[in-house]
Design a protein around this ligand. Structure first.
Ligand code: ZN
Length: 150
């Protein structure tokens, strides 16, 4: 398990250092801010739809390594997903980081998201990991108010 943990650590460090889709998006269909006052994570998320699917996701802002890596990986995972698939990923991701779902049973669907399974051992970090997902969830629900974890 130690080696797997190191591998997951690498994934998070890599996405923190080189976040994917880290830019403002012009003509986004949905723009929503997510804020985690507990840690100071603050990002703006942009969504562009392609029919019923998510065409593009991007974000900008700042925060800790966990939140930034989570936002970066989320942006790569959601591209091309339907709204329904995105909601399923949201449920699954929040389930594993809060320890309610066993990641071992969902390895294939999780892919790189499995890197965040260890977060469930650090309750103060859970909000950092879930902030991007809660914000995206809000955007998919058509919310206009900014999302706060508090
Ligand atoms: Zn944080």
């Amino acid at each position: 398990m130690g080696e797997i943990r190191d591998l997951y650590q690498e994934v998070i460090l890599d996405h923190n250092k080189h976040p994917r889709n880290f830019h403002k998006m012009e003509n986004a269909d949905s723009t929503l801010d997510g804020y985690n006052p507990l840690c100071g994570d603050h990002y703006t998320f942009y969504l562009k739809f392609d029919g019923d699917s998510i065409g593009e996701v991007s974000f900008e802002g700042s925060g800790c390594a966990i939140s930034k890596a989570s936002a970066s990986i989320m942006s790569t995972v959601l591209k091309g997903k339907s709204r329904e698939e995105a909601e399923t990923m949201f449920e699954l991701f929040t389930g594993i980081v809060t320890g309610k779902i066993d990641p071992a049973e969902h390895i294939a669907e999780l892919g790189k998201l499995a890197a965040f399974a260890g977060v469930s051992e650090f309750p103060v970090r859970v909000k950092c990991a879930t902030l991007p997902w809660h914000t995206m969830h809000g955007a998919l629900q058509g919310k206009n108010d900014n999302i706060s974890t508090e």
